[in-house]
Design a binder for this molecule. Structure first.
Ligand SMILES: Cc1ncc(COP(=O)(O)O)c(C=O)c1O
Length: 395
């Protein structure tokens, strides 16, 4: 049934833009350099330092980042790539973009991340890589997954699009996610913890990968032909600008976006603390609501970067009814995430007749609630009250 179009008074997500971001963006607009300039270099350096990796390469989206990660790791036609189905569709789309075959793997019902034991079971002689997603900002089991990748000679892409700032490991050895894989990927869409409007980045330790990624994002130009200081703007006078050493893409991120991202990154830890506080407030509000399963809020050896606050509804309620009741009160909700292997367009691409009972049963109960840095206590109370009511009238 179509949900009635209502005015949304409490959105699902909202970017947190301050005067500092506005000033930084405005400053760029007062210069002639709107692409491949000093903001790109500064944003990339800050991202690399924050994640304690040698290289960060900014791109136009998280999806572009996944595509380039697979390309640079040599994943191609006919290769199998192990991925979760309980994820945003871009993960599978990127596998298809390099003509490889997505192999969907079951999740751990607690963390909602790929279950390492299932990953091992899914490996065949054709498996070439795995894409590990840190679902909803909860770090995946990186020790086990890295061991599996090493033992089977698999490339490891870490999709940290939902998890910027999360850490895995015991302090002081804990590291930020995105820094464990051969290549890590970040995404900066406006619903993310850190936004550039549209945007993403790749993280890696390997200088060769970084050089090739910079070339691929810029139409396969000779990497030397583009300086981070922006000499490319002078066009043909720069040697290499019109030399394309391989087929590439326009996955560049503008100076405007990089300036926005640089300021957002400088505020990231403060923004993550606001999100954590909002999650704790929801936890308290739902503590006594029977049937609602709250998201995982603590895991040994890891710290969560709160992306969404997604609850599991009781099995006896109709999710669509709940969404309609909340929508009627101006409260937005999201079905995060419908399994990819059940999407009509994906059925024909999976290597076998996939059955993922854990993914399927959990996914149909998930409901993401309004969640953003500046959500107020009274907005959260309103959401909790509306949800409790919707559940008690069962639909
Ligand atoms: C896990 C995951 N991977 C990839 C992406 C794609 O990022 P983008 O929308 O920036 O292309 C997203 C975006 O929501 C995501 O959640």
């Amino acid at each position: 049934m179509m949900r009635e179009v209502m005015t949304v008074t409490i959105p699902l997500s909202a970017p947190d833009i301050t005067e500092a971001e506005i000033a930084a963006v405005t400053e760029v607009l007062r210069t002639p350099r709107l692409s491949l300039g000093p903001e790109l270099a500064a944003f990339e350096r800050a991202l690399a330092d924050y994640h304690e990796v040698d290289h960060a390469v900014a791109v136009s989206s998280g999806t572009a980042g996944l595509h380039l990660a697979l390309l640079v790791l040599g994943v191609g036609k006919g290769d199998e790539v192990v991925i979760p189905s309980f994820a945003f569709v871009a993960v599978a789309n990127a596998v298809l973009q390099v003509h490889a075959v997505p192999v969907f793997v079951e999740i751990d019902p607690v963390t909602l991340n790929m279950d390492p034991a299932r990953v091992t079971q899914s490996i065949t002689p054709r498996t070439r890589a795995m894409v590990v997603v840190h679902t909803f900002g909860v770090p995946a089991e990186m020790d086990a997954l890295r061991t599996i990748a090493r033992q089977h000679g698999l490339a490891l892409v870490e999709d940290a699009c939902e998890a910027v700032g999360a850490r895995f490991g015991n302090p002081p050895a804990a590291r930020r996610v995105g820094s464990f894989g051969d290549v890590g990927v970040l995404g900066f869409y406006p619903n993310k913890q850190l936004t550039t409007g549209e945007g993403g980045a790749l993280l890696c330790h390997d200088a060769g990968y970084a050089k090739r990624l910079r070339s691929l994002r810029n139409q396969g130009r000779s990497a030397d032909g583009v300086s981070p200081a922006g000499e490319a703007e002078v066009g043909e006078s720069l040697s290499g600008w019109l030399d394309h050493i391989e087929f590439g893409y326009n996955y560049r991120l503008s100076e405007i976006a990089c300036a926005l991202g640089r300021v957002q990154l400088s505020r990231l830890d403060e923004m993550l603390a606001l999100r954590e506080a909002a999650a704790r407030r929801y936890d308290a509000l739902f503590a006594d609501v029977s049937g609602i399963e709250r998201p995982l809020s603590e895991q040994p050896h890891r710290s969560i970067s709160w992306f969404v606050y997604a609850v599991r509804l009781p099995t006896w309620v109709n999710r669509e009814h709940v969404q309609n009741v909340l929508a009627a009160r101006g409260i937005a909700t999201g079905r995060y995430f419908p399994p990819i292997h059940l999407q009509p367009t994906w059925r024909k691409h999976s290597s076998a007749d996939v059955r993922l009972p854990i993914t399927e049963t959990i996914a149909c109960r998930m409901l993401a609630l309004p969640f953003f840095n500046r959500i107020t206590t009274s907005q959260q109370q309103e959401v909790a009250e509306a949800l409790s009511e919707a559940i008690s009238d069962k639909g």
